[in-house]
Ligand binder design. Structure first.
Ligand code: FES
Length: 134
């Protein structure tokens, strides 16, 4: 794999995030965010609950916030902020002239574990046999 152009710099004004496609195989979806210090290329969904970041992502300064449940990341340092519990995965990105180039070797994805639901049948179980009769 190699560097591939995903869009023009002017397609993504500072303070915005946009879904683009790397033309590799059947196409690989990527979100490119333009923050205060440059560009970051990441999978197009929030690592929390798969929200499309093009719709729910808010870029302010160097910070990306998913407005769904307020997970945030510093896009310059990639540090987790606020409610975030998982890091962002990133592609290498560079600007060449007016082009945004992304280095793609494979599609980066998050694991969304669907078995984390609380078992509501046992959550309120009261094993306490203190049915005291007076
Ligand atoms: S889906 Fe993005 S913070 Fe929950």
């Amino acid at each position: 794999m190699t560097w591939t152009k995903v869009c023009e710099k002017s397609d993504i004004p500072e303070g915005s995030i946009k879904k683009v496609w790397a033309r590799i195989g059947g196409g690989i979806p990527i979100a490119v965010a333009h923050h205060k210090r440059g560009f970051v290329a990441i999978p197009p969904v929030c690592p929390h609950l798969e929200e499309p970041l093009e719709e729910s992502g808010l870029v302010m300064g160097c910070k990306l916030t998913c407005t769904k449940h307020l997970w945030s990341w510093d896009l310059e340092t990639l540090e987790l902020q606020d409610e975030a519990e998982l890091p962002l995965k990133t592609y290498d990105v560079k600007v060449e002239g007016s082009n945004i180039m992304v280095y793609v070797t494979e599609q980066l994805e998050y694991n969304f574990d669907e078995d984390e639901d609380i078992d509501e049948n046992t959550f309120f179980d009261d094993d306490d046999d203190d049915d005291d009769e007076w």
